[in-house]
Design a protein around this ligand. Structure first.
Ligand code: 13P
Length: 242
């Protein structure tokens, strides 16, 4: 899977550029997560990608000004929702418990959740990365194991938007750890944090790296296409090796 998280970026003009240039690949589940306001426009343009939202509220309806519900996202054509992105944990003070509630709200609406986990630089320097990620996973999965529809995104906070990427070995180590904590889950585990055309192939070649969650490079159709291509090649190689 290659998912593009547009964060607080995008415009109708960018959507038109993607509509003209995005090259899907049948071997790679491709997803774009624009600001939710643009879902309808993206659906109308018929892009060769699934659509997702960057956040949902835990409730289906209610007095929650400014929020959107998972059910609304589904109505506008979304198939996936990010939950627990580190920028929301930081900016909106989302706790592990709040993230778990959003995860289950997405499932309630049959929106496949993409649970974001990852440690800060201070936590990694203190050797706490496994404990932090384990706690983030357990908060969500104590109610039940992940399914094949769920996606986990490992995004080390120190690698997001910094140009500093986890090495393939660091990514594999954490992805393997996540797979162990989740007892060999069928959920896909994708990597995020400064993924770009130059490093995607090496990251995706790792055994437990099942794709990428791409920020900055997902705003440029040519770069995004080349990351999708890298995922397709990694997928082919893994099948050949198996
Ligand atoms: P960048 O690719 O810009 O580092 O962002 C990663 C990310 O946070 C995707 O959700």
């Amino acid at each position: 899977m290659v998912a593009g998280n547009w964060k607080l970026h995008g415009s109708l003009q960018l959507i038109d550029r993607f509509a003209a240039a995005l090259l899907g690949n049948a071997a790679v589940e491709t997803l774009l997560l624009p600001p939710a306001l643009y879902l309808a426009a993206m659906r109308e343009r018929g892009l060769d990608a699934k659509l997702g939202v960057q956040n949902v509220h835990a409730a289906q309806t209610g007095a929650h000004t400014g929020e959107i519900a998972a059910e609304m996202a589904v109505e506008l054509g979304a198939s996936h929702a990010l939950v627990g992105h580190s920028e929301r944990r930081r900016d909106c003070l989302e706790t592990n418990a709040a993230v778990a509630a959003k995860f289950h709200a997405a499932r309630r609406a049959a929106l496949a959740p993409i649970l974001c986990v990852g440690e800060t630089l201070d936590e990694r320097r203190a050797g706490e990365e496994n404990d932090v990620v384990r706690a983030q996973l357990e908060a969500v999965f104590e109610a039940g194991a992940p399914t094949a529809d769920d996606v986990i995104a490992y995004e080390p906070v120190w690698a997001i938007g910094t140009g500093e990427t986890a090495t393939p070995a660091q990514a594999q180590a954490m992805h393997g750890f996540i797979r162990d904590v989740l007892r060999g889950t069928p959920a896909r585990i994708i990597y995020g944090g400064s993924v770009h055309p130059g490093n995607a192939a090496a990251l995706f070649a790792e055994q437990d790296v099942d794709g990428g969650l791409v920020g900055g490079a997902s705003l440029d159709p040519a770069q995004f296409n080349s990351i999708i291509e890298a995922a397709a090649e990694a997928n082919q190689q893994k099948h050949a090796d198996a």
